[in-house]
Ligand binder design. Structure first.
Ligand SMILES: CCCCCCCC/C=C\C/C=C/C(=O)SCCNC(=O)CCNC(=O)[C@H](O)C(C)(C)COP(=O)(O)OP(=O)(O)OC[C@H]1O[C@@H](n2cnc3c(N)ncnc32)[C@H](O)[C@@H]1OP(=O)(O)O
Length: 733
């Protein structure tokens, strides 16, 4: 519902009320400011009624549309997209505003996003507060701006700028919006007052040049070439997402068709996206990312029961690639950092590297340098007075344990001791300290100052306060933090293991790295599993496997295909024995033009090596189709995800999905592995796993997990109901 007030004799203010279901839209009565839901219907009805009155009543000379309480409009309520539309439709309403004979001014405070910006674009003028953000983020939800946004924005700011905003969904500041020509004025004062004043100043003036829908769309001289180039680029970066490509088609319609026809085309394209699985996946992911911030542990610890302790000073121990990135993240967020590397030469190198990273980042963001926040030291004793330590040395349990023992003796009482381990037992580390309740894992992803994901790992003895403090710290450094339980590899790396294993077994059975990678890249991963392995270094996994006692020959001296009583593929170990560590050595699963080269080329040596390996072990290569490659890699990973849920290591499927999208390149438009399983159908995933397990009974990872069976037997409930079925283990916290 909207209400009008007449604080000024001749200008009406139409208040947009905010959606009662989300915090960003403040509740006023039961009305909402979104367009879609029944509440939005009331808002639209209110706007339409008020506009009619304003146009009818001769004493009203102009209209200002504003949001209640400092926010213009965040767009449609995504949760209501499934609901049946009622009330006045949005597009005619927008046309009615644009056609009004009295000036209509949008007073933009807070946000004008999606349908909110489309409403503002239908107004004749837009006045924004300097802190406002504007954008058309529909593409990130698998949609396109469906209320004229694709037709109006290019008319207002030109085709290239509109394409960039619409295909990326990027929010712009008020200052950039002014520069682009989206808004007419930016104010530091009260934007509604400024808009009212502005509205009064334009009363009676002609509106002919203010109706964006009547503008001709600027037509680049080399139209076809421009669109061809954009389409190529968008297709490349979209990795199979259809919304960005469809957005380009809609903007193309703006340039090539008259306005009314362009609007029709926009509507057609919107309808295809609206019902797509990708839109469902992206909208699920939108809420999943917000859901993980409401973390909880099996003991019932969560924000409202566990208070984080303030952290002002933190130490980072070990300044390799990870430690450097972590130091940069902390310094940028304003923490005082003590960076420790025991070898003087390495310390100096790290100092230079960190300074360079901070300088480049400050330059890029136009922000002040954060150098002063970091002190460097060769001694662990420098961590004596910090509030929290993040250990980031090599993945070597003995080394980490020694460091935790020392830190426990050096640091002031109450210091949280965190490890950046990507797989090792947090509890074992905690057992080395005097206060195991202060120990948690903080697993960053490389490069640590860039990647958004942080796994916060609670051990059986971690206190709720320690978990809350690490989660809070993650938030402060701009990460999406996911609280997960303690097990080998936690969530992300534990699921990666069966995925990698299947890829190796597929090579043994007759596939090639090129074939496996192509299938995975077509699915939407930025890189296939073998290219990633070459990039991160084959020796990393080799060291871990050696430490785990897996790299031992059999009695005949041949590399063993059974280890620890289960099928094992030694292919990665054999490449490492040849010095093929991936990009860094110029050879791995692929060949590169030089050590450190980036462009992967097929390597005939590797193919011969695979043939010889198969012959040596009596394996007959068979033709493996794309479906099998995809299903065996993905379903094995998903199966482990169900096991993780069953074990209570992740609180819900959203946690797993966010970890996979943000940390492992899972395509966002596919929602994450668990959402993907839900989309495919749990019964189908179960059926395929069962089949592969029957065909390859000795291959690990293919035997369906009992939670998957249980969900399938229970009629495949939708993903938001899985938690009801998951048996939570008893709390040990
Ligand atoms: C086939 C029929 C064809 C007919 C044609 C009809 C044409 C229709 C045309 C157009 C329809 C319009 C479409 C849209 O507008 S799509 C939505 C576009 N808007 C967005 O994408 C904005 C998304 N939200 C945000 O970016 C941020 O939330 C924010 C910037 C608004 C605020 O950020 P912040 O302060 O950090 O808060 P949170 O992100 O934490 O959010 C708080 C709270 O609110 C929930 N929420 C946010 N936005 C929405 C939303 N759009 N719908 C529903 N809920 C939303 C969010 O989930 C949080 O909830 P909580 O976790 O429960 O606290």
């Amino acid at each position: 519902m909207c209400r009008a007030s007449l604080p000024f004799s001749a200008t009406w203010k139409l208040y947009l009320e905010r959606n009662s279901r989300c915090n960003v839209f403040r509740r006023i009565g039961t009305a909402g400011s979104t367009w879609w839901s029944p509440q939005c219907a009331a808002v639209r009805q209110g706007i339409v009624d008020m506009m009619h009155r304003a146009l009818r009543e001769p004493e009203v000379k102009s209209v200002v549309i504003c949001g209640q309480d400092g926010k213009f409009c965040g767009g449609a309520d995504i949760r209501e997209f499934g609901a049946k539309m009622s009330g006045p439709p949005l597009v005619p309403m927008i046309h009615m505003i644009e056609a009004a004979a009295k000036p209509v001014v949008a007073a933009i405070e807070g946000v004008a996003l999606g349908g909110g910006l489309e409403l503002a674009l239908s107004c004749h003028y837009r006045i924004a507060h300097s802190k406002a953000r504007l954008g058309l983020p529909e593409v990130t939800l698998g949609l396109l701006p469906g209320a004229g946004g694709t037709q109006r924005l290019p008319r207002l700011i030109g085709v290239p700028a509109a394409l960039e905003l619409i295909t990326t969904g990027r929010h712009v500041t008020a200052a950039e919006a002014l520069q682009l020509g989206i808004v007419d004025e930016v104010t530091d004062q009260n934007a509604v007052d400024a808009a009212v004043k502005f509205a009064q100043s334009v009363e009676g003036k002609s509106l002919d040049a203010r109706r964006i829908g009547t503008f001709p769309c600027p037509r680049p001289p080399d139209l076809d070439a421009v669109f061809e180039k954009v389409m190529k680029e968008v297709r490349r970066s979209a990795r199979g997402a259809i919304a960005p490509v469809t957005c380009v088609q809609a903007v193309h319609a703006a340039v090539t068709l008259p306005y009314a026809k362009g609007m029709e085309r926009e509507r057609e394209l919107f309808s295809t996206l609206f019902t797509s699985g990708q839109a469902r996946a992206l909208q699920y992911y939108f809420f999943a990312q917000r859901a993980v911030s409401r973390w909880s542990t099996p003991s019932g610890a969560r924000w409202d029961t566990s208070k984080p302790r303030p952290v002002r000073k933190a130490a980072v121990i070990g300044l390799g690639t990870m430690g450097r990135g972590i130091s940069v993240s902390l310094a940028q967020a304003g923490f005082s950092v003590v960076a420790v590397e025991t070898q003087e030469k390495q310390l100096l190198e790290a100092k230079q590297a960190v300074s360079g990273m901070l300088e480049r980042d400050a330059k890029r963001r136009g922000a002040p340098l954060a150098h002063g926040n970091i002190k460097y030291s060769c001694s662990l004793k420098a961590a004596a007075d910090v509030d929290l330590v993040i250990e980031a040395v090599f993945e070597d349990m003995a080394l980490k344990k020694a460091i935790f023992r020392q830190l426990s003796a050096i640091c002031k009482p109450g210091t949280f001791l965190c490890s950046n381990t990507s797989a090792l037992d947090i509890d074992e580390l905690a057992s080395q300290t005097q206060s195991p309740e202060l120990v948690v894992g903080m697993h960053f992803f490389a490069p640590a100052h860039v990647m958004k994901l942080l796994e916060v790992v609670y051990g059986p003895r971690s206190s709720p306060e320690a978990v809350a403090t690490a989660m809070q710290m993650g938030k402060k450094i701009g990460k999406v933090s996911v609280a997960v339980g303690n097990c080998r590899g936690f969530v992300g790396n534990r699921m990666l293991k069966p995925y990698l294993e299947q890829a190796f077994f597929l090579l043994e059975e007759g596939a090639t790295p090129e074939q496996v990678d192509q299938v995975l890249e077509e699915f939407g991963f930025p890189m296939g599993v073998f290219k990633v392995s070459d990039l991160s270094g084959l020796d990393v996994g080799w060291k871990v496997r050696k430490a785990d006692g897996l790299v031992v020959p059999d009695s005949t001296g041949k590399s063993a295909r059974i280890q620890g009583g289960r099928r094992y593929s030694p292919l990665g170990d054999l490449l490492c024995e040849q010095g093929r560590f991936g990009q860094k050595t110029g050879r791995g699963w692929y060949q590169y033009d030089k050590p450190g080269g980036r462009v992967a080329k097929s390597d005939p040596w590797l193919h011969r090596f695979l043939e010889e390996y198969r012959a040596r072990h009596g394996l007959v290569a068979r033709r493996i189709d794309q479906q099998e490659v995809l299903e065996r890699c993905l379903y094995a990973l998903i199966n482990e995800g169900f096991q993780i849920l069953q074990d209570g290591i992740a609180a819900g499927p959203e946690d797993i999905d966010v970890i996979y999208v943000l940390g492992y390149g899972w395509p966002r438009h596919r929602g994450g592995p668990m959402f993907f399983a839900d989309m495919v159908g749990l019964d189908k995933v179960l059926d395929r796993l069962e089949r592969y397990h029957q065909l390859h009974p000795d291959v690990p990872g293919l035997k369906p997990c009992s939670l998957l069976r249980k969900l399938a037997a229970g009629g495949c409930p939708p993903i938001h109901r899985w938690r009801e079925v998951i048996q939570k283990p008893h709390s040990q916290l």
